[in-house]
Design a protein around this ligand. Structure first.
Ligand SMILES: *Cc1c(COP(=O)(O)O)cnc(C)c1O
Length: 700
C-alpha cells in the first residue's frame, strides 16, 4: 500500500523538522515553506504561499497530501507584541487559509496551538477551559483555534509545548540550554513558570495516531508531570551529565523587561490518554528520548539544510506558464519559441536571437555558422566548462587555450595574443568565456581577432543579465559576431535544458536557424530550385529542401514557456545574486586565507558563481577534505573548473598546461560556494561562518 502523504508547513522550522524526522519512515513527508529549502531528511521539499489562498490551493493540490500539519507560526512573544500585524498574519490569517483550503479539498488537518492561552488558575488546564490570553501572541493563537475550527470543523487542534532538536538557524529551548551548559556558561531559568513539555517527535507520533483514530477538535498533548522551567533545565542536566550548578533559578516577576506571560501553562493530558489508551510520558522520559535521538545522530539531520552551490528558482507563474503551454499550445515548434527569442533579443539589445537545445548546441552552431571546418583553428579560455572547447572538436577543428588573468579569470587580449604566437598565427574563431558572469574585455579581444580575420563568439553561459565595462548588455554583440547563453537550470535562467544565440547579422541569423533544424530551408521564396527534382512540377507549399548537413538542435515550446517566464525575473535574479555576493564580500573581508574573486566588478557581473581562493598551502586540509567537511554540514561546494587541457581527452590529444600557468595556479585554490536566488542571508552567513571556522581551525 502507498504510504500516506503528509504536508508540513513551516518546513524549515523546528517543529516541522522534528516532526518529519519522527514520521518519515512511515509517511511520505513534504516539507513546505516560503522558500523551497532542502533538508538532509528523507522528505520532499516544496514552496508554499500561506498568505495567498489561491496559490495555496493550487500548491496543496499539487502536493496532494492526505494530511496537512500546520506547524508554521510566530512563537516569539516579544516579536508578536511589537508587531500585531505580523502576529495576525502569521498566526491567524495563514492558519485560517490553511484550514480553509484543507476543508475545501477534503484533507485532514492538524493545527498546532499552544499552552500559552491562560492567565490564571492552578494549571492542568483542560480542553474545555476557555482561553484567557495575556498577550498578543496568546490572543493570536486563541483566535486561530476558533477560526480554524470554523473553517474546518474536523480539524485536530493540538495544545502543547514541545522541545526537540534545533532547526537551521533556530535554537530550541532544550538545544539552547544544552549548548549553553556545554559551553560551561550559566543558564537562568524561571522557577515560577510551570509547563508540561513533550518531545516534538513524541508529539508527532501521538498526533498521527489521533488522526488515524479520527480524533477531531481540541486535544492537549502534555507530559505526565508538571515542571518549572528551572526543573526542566535540571532534568536536562541530569540526563546529559552536565553541571547542575550552572542552572540558575530566577523569578519571572523580576523580569519587567519581558512581555507579560502566564506563570501557569501546564495542560492535562487526560483526554489524549483516554483516546490513545496509554498514559502520558513524564518529562524525564521525554528528555531521555531526546538523548536517544541525539545518540542516533538525528539532531544533525534536523538542524542542517542541504545547500547546493547553485540552484534554479521555479515560481508559480513559471508553473502556470508551462501548464498553459501544455493545455493550449504546441509542444515543439510554435510561437512561444519565437516570442522567447524576441524577448531575449530585446533584453540584451541584439537584433536576433535563436533558441537552441543547449548552450553546447549553441556553441557548435555558432562555430559552424562562422564557417569553421575541420581545417580551422579556434582559441578559447583555459578555464571553462569543457564544451567551450569541445564545440570546435565536434567537427575536427583545432583548439588552443589562452591563459586567464588571475584577477578577472578571463582570457585577455594579451593572453590571446600570446596563444596566437605559439599556435602559429592561424585563427578562425575566438570563443571568449565570461567566467562566473564577468564579461571579458571583448573590445580588446575583437581587435586582435579581427587582425586574423577570425570570428568572435562569446560563451556567455554564465553571463545572462550582466554588462560589459561600457554598460553594454552581454549578448548585444557590441564587439562580437555571436553570443551564446545556456538555459541549464544552474545558470541564470532555466529552461530545463536549453540555450540561445544572439547576433546582429541577418546572414548569421538565417544560417543558425537552418543549422538548428537539419540544414533545411522551408521558405518558398528562397528555394534554390524552381522545379521538383523528380516530377518536374512547380514547387508547392509542402516542399522543403535540405541544403547542408544540419542538426536537430531545437528548443521545445514547453521549455521556451518556462524560459520566457523566467526571463521576466532576470533583473530580480541578478540583483539577488549581487546582494548575496556583497554579503559574502563583507563576511570574508580581510580574511587572509579566504579571498573572493571579482569584488571590484559587483556592479556589472551577472554573478553566476561566487568563487573564493583558499590558501590551502597554509592549512592542513586538502580541498577534497575541506569540501567533505562542508558537505557534512550540508553545504555542497564545487570547483569551476579543472583547466580544460588537463582533462584526459585533451591530454591524450597532446595538450598540456605549459602555456597556462595562471589557469593552473588559479585552479589550486578555487572553490565555488553556494550562490543562488533562494539562498537566504542567514544560510549564506552560516556557510561563511562554517567555512571560516574550518579554515581558521586548521591553520598550519
Ligand atoms: C554550462 C556551460 C556551457 C554549456 O551549456 P549547456 O547548456 O549545459 O550545454 C558552456 N560553457 C560554459 C562556460 C558553461 O558554464
Amino acid at each position: 500500500m502507498d504510504r500516506k502523504r503528509v504536508l508540513i508547513t513551516g518546513g524549515t522550522g523546528r517543529l516541522a523538522r522534528n516532526w518529519a524526522a519522527a514520521i518519515c519512515s512511515e509517511f511520505q513527508v513534504l516539507l513546505a515553506d516560503r522558500r523551497r529549502t532542502e533538508s538532509l531528511l528523507q522528505a520532499q521539499h516544496m514552496r508554499v504561499d500561506l498568505g495567498d489562498k489561491r496559490a495555496l490551493t493550487r500548491q496543496i493540490l499539487d502536493g496532494s497530501p492526505d494530511i496537512v500539519v500546520h506547524a508554521s507560526g510566530l512563537a516569539n512573544v516579544e516579536m508578536c507584541e511589537a508587531n500585531h500585524g505580523l502576529s495576525n498574519k502569521v498566526n491567524v490569517i495563514a492558519a485560517t487559509n490553511v484550514a480553509d483550503v484543507c476543508a475545501f479539498l477534503g484533507i485532514s488537518l492538524i493545527h498546532i496551538s499552544t499552552d500559552h492561552l491562560f492567565s490564571s488558575g492552578a494549571g492542568w488546564f483542560l480542553e474545555t477551559d476557555v482561553p484567557q490570553p495575556l498577550n498578543v501572541y496568546a490572543r493570536s493563537k486563541a483566535l486561530a483555534e476558533s477560526s480554524v475550527l470554523d473553517c474546518h470543523p474536523d480539524a485536530l487542534i493540538l495544545r502543547t509545548n514541545f522541545f526537540g532538536h534545533a532547526a537551521p538557524g533556530r535554537q530550541s529551548m532544550s538545544s539552547w540550554i544544552l549548548s549553553t551548559l556545554q559551553a560551561r556558561e550559566p543558564v537562568r531559568l524561571f522557577s515560577d513558570v510551570f509547563f508540561t513539555p513533550v518531545l516534538a517527535s513524541n508529539l508527532a507520533r501521538d498526533a498521527m495516531e489521533l488522526v488515524r483514530m479520527g480524533a477531531k477538535g481540541i486535544f492537549n498533548i502534555a507530559s505526565k508531570d508538571r515542571v518549572s522551567k528551572y526543573e526542566f533545565g535540571m532534568l536536562l542536566c541530569e540526563e546529559f551529565g552536565l553541571d547542575k550548578n550552572l542552572v540558575v533559578s530566577e523569578s519571572i516577576d523580576n523580569r519587567s523587561d519581558l512581555v507579560n506571560r502566564p506563570h501557569e501553562m501546564s495542560l492535562s493530558g487526560l483526554k489524549s490518554e483516554l483516546y490513545l489508551g496509554r498514559s502520558c510520558k513524564s518529562v524525564g522520559e521525554h528528555i531521555r528520548d531526546l538523548r536517544i535521538e541525539d545518540d542516533l545522530g538525528l539532531g544533525r539531520l534536523i538542524v542542517k539544510n542541504r545547500t547546493p552551490y547553485g540552484r534554479h528558482q521555479v515560481s508559480e507563474p513559471d508553473i502556470a506558464a508551462v501548464s498553459t503551454q501544455m493545455r493550449v499550445g504546441s509542444l515543439t515548434q510554435g510561437e512561444t519559441i519565437t516570442e522567447f527569442e524576441r524577448a531575449v533579443a530585446n533584453r540584451v539589445n541584439a537584433e536576433y536571437a535563436v533558441a537552441v537545445s543547449s548552450g553546447t548546441a549553441g556553441l557548435h552552431l555558432a562555430l559552424l555558422a562562422a564557417d569553421l571546418n575541420s581545417g580551422s583553428r579556434a582559441i578559447t579560455s583555459a578555464v571553462s566548462f569543457a564544451s567551450s572547447a569541445n564545440a570546435a572538436r565536434f567537427f575536427g577543428a583545432e583548439v588552443d587555450f589562452a591563459d586567464i588573468d588571475r584577477k578577472t579569470l578571463n582570457m585577455t587580449p594579451e593572453t590571446l595574443k600570446a596563444t596566437l604566437g605559439t599556435s602559429g598565427g592561424q585563427l578562425d574563431a575566438v570563443v571568449a568565456v565570461h567566467m562566473a558572469g564577468l564579461s571579458a574585455n571583448m573590445q580588446g579581444i575583437r581587435s586582435i581577432a579581427s587582425a586574423s580575420g577570425a570570428a568572435v563568439i562569446e560563451d556567455a553561459a554564465h553571463a545572462l543579465g550582466g554588462h560589459d565595462a561600457d554598460g553594454n548588455p552581454v549578448g548585444s554583440c557590441s564587439h562580437s559576431d555571436m553570443t551564446v547563453f545556456s538555459l541549464h537550470p544552474v545558470k541564470t535562467i532555466a529552461a530545463g535544458e536549453g540555450g540561445v544565440v544572439t547576433t546582429n547579422s541577418r546572414d548569421l541569423y538565417r544560417r543558425l536557424l537552418r543549422l538548428r533544424s537539419h540544414g533545411i530551408n522551408k521558405e518558398l521564396d528562397t528555394m534554390t530550385e524552381a522545379k521538383d527534382p523528380i516530377t518536374g512540377d512547380e514547387i508547392t507549399p509542402w516542399r522543403y529542401e535540405m541544403l547542408e548537413l544540419g542538426f536537430n538542435y531545437r528548443l521545445t515550446d514547453v521549455q521556451a514557456a518556462l524560459a520566457l517566464s523566467q526571463l521576466n525575473r532576470l533583473d530580480d535574479f541578478v540583483s539577488r545574486r549581487r546582494e548575496l555576493a556583497c554579503l559574502y564580500d563583507s563576511e570574508f573581508k580581510d580574511h587572509d586565507l579566504v579571498k573572493p574573486y571579482h569584488q571590484a566588478w559587483r556592479s556589472f557581473s551577472a554573478h553566476h558563481l561566487y568563487i573564493v581562493d583558499i590558501g590551502f598551502d597554509r592549512i592542513s586540509l586538502s580541498r577534497g577534505e575541506l569540501m567533505r567537511l562542508l558537505s557534512e554540514e550540508g553545504f555542497v561546494t564545487q570547483v569551476h573548473y579543472l583547466p580544460i587541457p588537463a582533462h584526459p581527452y585533451y591530454r591524450e590529444a597532446g595538450y598540456g598546461l605549459g602555456n597556462v600557468p595562471n589557469a593552473t595556479s588559479y585552479y589550486r585554490g578555487a572553490l565555488s560556494i553556494p550562490l543562488y536566488v533562494d539562498l537566504s542571508d542567514g544560510e549564506a552567513r552560516r556557510f561563511a561562518a562554517t567555512l571560516k571556522g574550518l579554515v581558521d581551525g586548521n591553520r598550519t
